[in-house]
Write a protein that binds this ligand. Structure first.
Ligand code: P61
Length: 461
């Protein structure tokens, strides 16, 4: 027997209940897409076969989480589920104070309102749509300090989520530390393609920010996936558990916003966590205005219980290996078909490079939006645009022109099988075969905020 036969990963769970999917015809999909204005956010989920729009709130909860839902203490104040959640956040992540919120942006809103003053600059390792908007609405301006490699889909640097310390230093010099209330550091950078930040970079950021008295606020939405990449790629971490690495990451930061709908395996929920008593006190006061009492923050007791249990499950090495393993399986299938994707393959999805896939469509004609529509038309697989539509407009009204024009094939956790991954890759491959015949789109309706959610398009002839 060959001792070197590899050991494949497999899902560390089995299925107890399934949700039936509807198969659609090409004619039905064509009609649904037209009705949705060529925007996958506007499709009805019942018209979707495999839903890769997002990994947000779409994961499958475990039997334990469902059992936890039955133990919801639905008191208005002081539900024991809140105290359970608080204990889990303290133990696993190490943050001192916790405020539940209905989801990630609820925490972003409160944090931005507390820390940002008009004219402030908030550096970060690439923008995220809701995070940047809340910074702007609070009177601040986001400044991208991610390393240049992150903007290049073909660059295979293993830590494309790293911040560029020189960019940060230059900004501090130019603006002065007083104008920088915090730096916003995401683990597993979403818009860069689910790319991790290294522990080394985080430690260096900690030293630099401490020197200038600047806080680090951690967008920890996908911290476990980032920890897994550190374990796999960074020297000195091979023998550490994801749990240990997650705790170390958090220790270099002063607070965090969390959308628990991703890594933490719940359908709804989030929180703001901080180490600073003064910030906590203000946040605890503000949460009652925007979310609800500080012991529920817009959530039911059962939601907090599911979150507390989900956080524990999210840092299991076996879980993360299979979760990221499935994403990598899909990415490698696409690479085999010659499809241009962001490399290295990310943690929560495969990001197809629409500029490479549809090089004849100029960015103003929305190549990624077009490609997401074509994939749906081919197979009923729903994906998400992450390009010029998502990037939106600057305060002077001009469009941002992001270097990355991507379609995100986002994999919900514990939901789909390898066979689904095969169908998805084949669909992308089929569309790629006739890519030169595909025409772009024009935007016919544009909402003011986060336009990608509700914008409508028509086909160009
Ligand atoms: C997603 F198209 N992400 O990836 P909330 N930070 C980070 C996120 O990924 C995130 C939030 C904060 C979503 C949902 C979504 O442009 C979009 O719980 C790194 O969604 O409020 C959410 O957390 C916000 C999709 C959000 C989008 C904004 O699919």
């Amino acid at each position: 027997m060959n001792k070197h036969i590899k050991r494949s990963w497999a899902e560390p769970y089995k299925m107890k209940m399934v949700e039936l999917l509807k198969m659609t015809t090409s004619a039905q999909r064509k009609k649904a897409l037209q009705q949705a204005g060529y925007n996958t956010f506007l499709l009805r989920s019942e018209d979707v076969y495999i839903d890769l729009l997002t990994d947000s709130g779409t994961s499958a909860m475990s039997d334990r989480q469902w059992a936890g839902m039955m133990m919801g203490d639905e008191a208005y104040a002081g539900s024991w589920n809140f105290y359970h959640l608080e204990e889990v956040v303290k133990n696993i992540y190490g943050y001192k104070y916790v405020i539940p919120t209905h989801q990630g942006r609820g925490a972003e809103n409160i944090l931005s309102k507390i820390l940002i003053k008009k004219g402030d600059v908030i550096p970060g390792n690439m923008y995220f749509t809701t995070t940047r908007l809340h910074q702007e609405l609070a009177g601040g301006r986001f400044e991208d300090i991610i390393i240049d490699e992150a903007h290049d889909p073909d660059n295979e640097f293993p830590f494309k989520g790293n911040a560029d310390l020189n960019k940060l230093q230059r900004l501090i010099k130019k603006k002065g530390a007083k104008k920088i209330p915090y730096i916003s550091i995401a683990t597993s950078v979403n818009m860069a393609g689910g790319q991790p930040i290294s522990m080394k970079n985080l430690k260096e950021l900690r030293v630099l920010t401490q020197k200038h008295g600047i806080r680090i606020i951690h967008d920890m939405t996908r911290v476990a996936e980032n920890a897994y990449f550190i374990q796999q790629r960074e020297k000195g971490y091979q023998n550490k558990s994801v749990k240990e690495i997650v705790k170390e990451i958090c220790s270099y930061t002063d607070g965090a916003t969390m959308s628990a709908k991703k890594d933490a395996l719940v359908n709804i929920g989030g929180f703001l966590a901080v180490n600073d008593w003064d910030v906590f006190e203000e946040a605890r006061n503000m949460v009652v205005v925007y979310e609800g009492l500080h012991t529920y923050g817009g959530l039911a007791g059962r939601d907090m219980e599911a979150m507390a249990i989900g956080i524990g499950e999210s840092i299991s090495d076996d879980h993360i290996r299979a979760r990221v393993g499935q994403v990598i399986y899909l990415g490698e299938k696409m690479l085999d078909l010659g499809i241009p994707i962001v490399k290295p393959i990310g943690g929560h999805g495969v990001f197809v490079n629409a500029k490479g896939f549809l090089p004849h469509i100029p960015q103003n004609d929305f190549p990624a939006q077009t490609l997401a529509a074509e994939i749906y038309l081919d197979s009923g697989v729903r994906t998400m645009e992450r390009g010029i539509v998502s990037a939106g407009r600057k305060s002077n009204g001009e469009n941002y022109y992001p270097k990355l024009e991507l379609v995100r094939f986002t994999i919900p956790r514990r939901v789909y099988t390898q066979a689904h991954m095969d169908v998805i890759a084949e669909s992308a491959g089929r569309v790629y075969e006739h890519c030169e015949k595909i025409k772009g789109l024009k935007m016919v309706y544009e909402p003011k905020y986060l336009r990608f959610f509700q914008a409508r398009f028509e086909k160009l002839n």
